[in-house]
Design a protein around this ligand. Structure first.
Ligand SMILES: Nc1ncnc2c1ncn2[C@@H]1O[C@H](COP(=O)(O)OP(=O)(O)OP(=O)(O)O)[C@@H](O)[C@H]1O
Length: 352
């Protein structure tokens, strides 16, 4: 279990002084500018959960992960992962958690991948049998045989990322932190890494906290998301309740020879209208609590000479974009189990 309570991280830097001799004056200045990168975040992630940790650039995601992994010490607040305070008990912490930072490798770049793995196995005191067994499974699952003896610096990004994930999992830690593990990868490489993470979670019960800008990572792996902005939690709960709360509408797209711009149909809102070849294509939005989908389709077919029709739910990306642009959203009060009202079940156990 990962537990964080009232986590705060501030960074301070000297205030820059403008004008002549500014460099020298900045050097001697005692004035500081403080940035609060993480501002009172509390969360609880139960064993075996996969939780997506989302937020726009600069929201504080990496800073949170760095505190959870023990790389940074919080300004205030408390963290425990599997009962260990990361920066206090570094040795046990290192065995308890695996971490992957997609933006940079943790491997020895001059060594072949295999030798990096051997070093990690030695550092973590794995028996040769355990090491071989784990490595065989991982190499097979991630199809790493062809490049196991290649120096890390000569690997493609996708190959290197697979190497980093294996390095983090070789000693089978119960907790895995992944900071942008699919950044820059093509769709095939992304799918391989997602499948692997899902498989490890299912087979080993690994608890995973995942930051990503790729919402499809979240849709495929997580049932629960925590969304932060400006260092504070905006939402903590299930993906489904996220949709229901922030995008309680469905859309129907229709094509017809004629669709007047002034068309009014009760309980449906025309949101887009564009020419499509000889025809017009329109998107209508409706609230499923107000009108059921078949009834909405019935009204459209009565009003228009429809040649094509499709319906869709807003996807998570639409929803999250809406949250980011909707600055009216009240940040959640801090404290486990105290996300914004109606936001699902913060810290709910085992939502997989
Ligand atoms: N070492 C540091 N010194 C000073 N400020 C920092 C430091 N690390 C992060 N920050 C600031 O803290 C804030 C949060 O940064 P962080 O890297 O945690 O965001 P993020 O959500 O991971 O963003 P991104 O998606 O762009 O990676 C930003 O304003 C950033 O400039």
């Amino acid at each position: 279990m990962i537990l964080a309570e009232n986590l705060v991280k501030e960074f301070s830097r000297p205030r820059r002084v403008e004008g002549r001799m500014s460099g020298l004056r900045s050097f001697f200045s005692t004035q500081k500018i403080t940035t609060r990168a993480v501002d009172d975040i509390s969360l609880r992630i139960d064993d075996g959960e996969i939780v997506g940790y989302l937020g726009p650039n600069g929201a504080g995601k990496s800073t949170t992960i760095k505190m959870l992994t023990g790389i940074l010490v919080p300004t205030s607040g408390h963290i425990e992962a599997e009962g260990i305070v990361p920066w206090k008990d570094r040795r046990t912490n290192a065995r308890t958690i695996g971490a992957v930072f997609g933006q940079r490798t943790q491997l020895w770049t001059d060594l072949p991948l295999r030798e990096s793995f051997e070093l990690i196995a030695k550092l973590y005191g794995l028996s040769p049998e355990d090491y071989r067994r784990s490595l065989d499974v991982f190499v097979d699952l991630l199809d790493m045989g062809p490049f196991l003896d290649t120096a890390v610096r000569s690997l493609s990004l996708g190959q290197r990322m697979r190497g980093d994930i294996v390095a983090a999992m070789l000693y089978r830690p119960p907790v895995l932190y992944l900071d942008e593990p699919t950044v820059g990868l093509d769709v095939v490489a992304k799918a391989r890494i997602r499948d692997f993470i899902g498989e490890q979670n299912r087979s080993e019960g690994t608890t995973v906290l995942l930051t990503t800008h790729d919402i499809s990572d979240i849709e495929q792996l997580a049932r629960r998301v925590i969304i932060i902005d400006e260092g504070r939690i905006l939402y903590d709960g299930g993906l489904d309740s996220l949709r229901a709360r922030y995008a309680p509408f469905r859309e129907i797209q229709v094509s017809a020879p004629e669709i007047p711009e002034s068309l009014e149909i009760e309980a449906l809102t025309l949101t887009t209208l564009v020419p499509a070849g000889e025809e017009m294509r329109a998107t209508f939005r409706f609230d499923p609590a107000q009108i059921a989908a078949p009834a909405a389709i019935g009204r459209l077919t009565n009003a228009l000479e429809i040649t094509d029709l499709s319906s869709r739910e807003p996807n998570v990306e639409d929803v999250i974009r809406r949250i980011y642009t909707d600055r009216g959203v009240e940040p959640a009060a801090a404290g486990p189990g105290s996300a914004a009202p109606g936001t699902g079940v913060p810290g709910a156990p085992g939502q997989r």
